[in-house]
Every structure is written in C-alpha cells, then in structure tokens.
Write a protein that binds this ligand. Structure first.
Ligand code: OGA
Ligand code: MN
Length: 268
C-alpha cells in the first residue's frame, strides 16, 4: 500500500510503499501532489534512465538540456560538460527564469552521493507569499524584476574577466512580475539568484529588497532539506519551489540524473 507523509509542515510529501513508479494511480497521485505539495520524494526507488524518462513523460513533455534528456548533474568536469556553470546551483534559484514558460517539474535520481554535504534544499514560494503581511504584499505587488544568468554567475565569480562577462551576457535576460498570480488563483513569488534588479528602482534599494525577500522566502520554516541516499527519486514543482545544492567536495562522486518536464503556464 502506498502511504504519504509530509516532508515539512508547509510543503513536500514522501511516498512509501511504491513498487511501480509507472502505475497509473501512483502517477496520478504524483501529479496532484506536485501541485499542492511542491516536492515529492520516494526513497530507494533506483529508477534506471529509461524508467526515469518514462515516469517523467507521464507528467508531461520532457525537454532535452544541451541535447540530453537525461542530464548529469555534477560539478566534476569529467562527468558534466556544464560543471562550471552548475556551481550557480549552490545559490537559491528557480530553473528556467529566462524562459517565458518555466519548467513545470524536475526529477532527480541519485546515482552517487557525496561523502559529506551535498544535500538539496527546497523552499516553497507559495508558502512564502502566503506568509507575507498585507503591507508587504502591497509593497511587492506590481514590481517587475529582470532575471539574468549574469546575476547568478556573479555570485560564483564576483570578479569576472571581460571574456567571462561577455560569455554570460550572450544569455538572454527576462523581465517578469515578482508576484505571480497563477491561473488557479494562488500566488507565488518569482525570485532567487537569477533576480538581477527591480525595474525602475535605485540599484542599492533593489538589491536590498531582493536580498531581504529571498531571505524571508527561504527561512527555516518554509524549507525542506533533502539528504540523498543512492536510488532516491525527488521531483519538484519548479514554478513554486526554490532550490539549491548544499556544499560538497568538488572531487566527490556525487552524481544526480535529471529530467526536465516542460511547463504550461507563462510567468506574469
Ligand atoms: C538542478 C539543481 C541541485 C542539486 O538540478 O536544477 O539545482 O542539489 N540541482 O544538485
Ligand atoms: Mn536548479
């Protein structure tokens, strides 16, 4: 029998007793849970690439990243072509803020884990919005934020060379509403490391506002930290869940296999 238990009071759910990840009723539960709970966990499922892809396709259309439907997540350059840029994942972020329609769901399976550290932190931007006092909601309503690749990479490399800067700037920037009024009537925040500046605001004020908001959104009570064991499957709703990798040794074996499911709701 499949059972479920909350990962944290605000969001997240762990399923136990899963024997077939492709079972219709289980997939249906996952789709629903993803909407309302944001993060799903099944421990020790040990999906192979084909099974992970099949499961992901049941949730929607899978996109290939850099030509790979199964994308290796590693900061070891021997394991991933984008190892260098993946360091940006150590900062709270949403994936795909440069796209009009962000990724709906991301799945990760743990192939190898770090000896120490290397967990993944999640924080619900629905829960964060809901916790805001009315005055704060008014303050944020109507603000537009420009997201950029550069904003994240500056956190990783604060003093870039001209070449690095030029490379980052080949990536498109994207302006979206800070408060995202969703078509189901709920609201969430669009923030994270890619948030570069608030449109029309003094740069220092803008930075202070974005930092304060991110701190508020990622406070302990809106957070779930996943400590990986080999074979775990974690799925998250990338439209409403910030995430970050926790530090680990760069020579570590840690290797996660990832799939990305396309979204169907554009940012506001
Ligand atoms: C990602 C990501 C975090 C991690 O796959 O998009 O940010 O813990 N991963 O590796
Ligand atoms: Mn990410």
């Amino acid at each position: 029998m499949i059972d479920s238990v909350a990962l944290s009071p605000a969001f997240g759910v762990e399923f136990t007793g899963v024997t077939d990840a492709l079972d219709d009723s289980f997939v249906h539960r996952c789709v629903e849970a993803l909407k309302w709970r944001g993060v799903l966990l099944v421990r020790g499922l040990h999906l192979d690439d084909e099974q992970q892809l099949a499961f992901s396709r049941r949730m929607g259309e899978v996109v290939a990243l850099g030509g790979q439907e199964i994308f290796p997540i590693s900061i070891n350059p021997e394991k991933s072509k984008t190892a260098k840029y993946l360091r940006g994942a150590f900062y709270w972020h949403l994936d795909g803020t440069s796209d009009d329609i962000p990724v709906k769901a991301t799945t990760l399976t743990a192939r190898q884990i770090a000896m120490t550290g290397g967990g993944t932190d999640f924080a619900s931007t629905y829960a964060a919005y809901e916790s805001l006092p009315e005055k704060e909601r008014e303050r944020y309503e109507g603000l537009r934020v420009v997201h950029s690749f550069e904003a994240t990479q500056r956190l990783v490399t604060p003093d870039p060379t001209d070449e690095e800067l030029a490379a980052w700037r080949t990536q498109p920037t994207h302006e979206v509403s800070l408060v995202w009024a969703r078509r189901d009537g709920r609201r969430s925040l669009v923030t994270g490391a890619t948030a570069d500046h608030v449109v029309g605001m003094d740069p220092a004020d803008s930075r202070a506002l974005l930092d304060e908001l991110l701190e508020c959104a990622t406070q302990e009570r809106f957070r779930y930290t996943h400590d990986w064991r080999i074979g775990d499957l974690v799925v998250w709703d990338n439209t409403g869940v910030l995430h970050r990798a926790l530090p680990y040794d760069e020579n570590s074996e840690r290797l996660l296999h990832r799939t990305t499911v396309v979204g169907d709701e554009a940012f506001a």
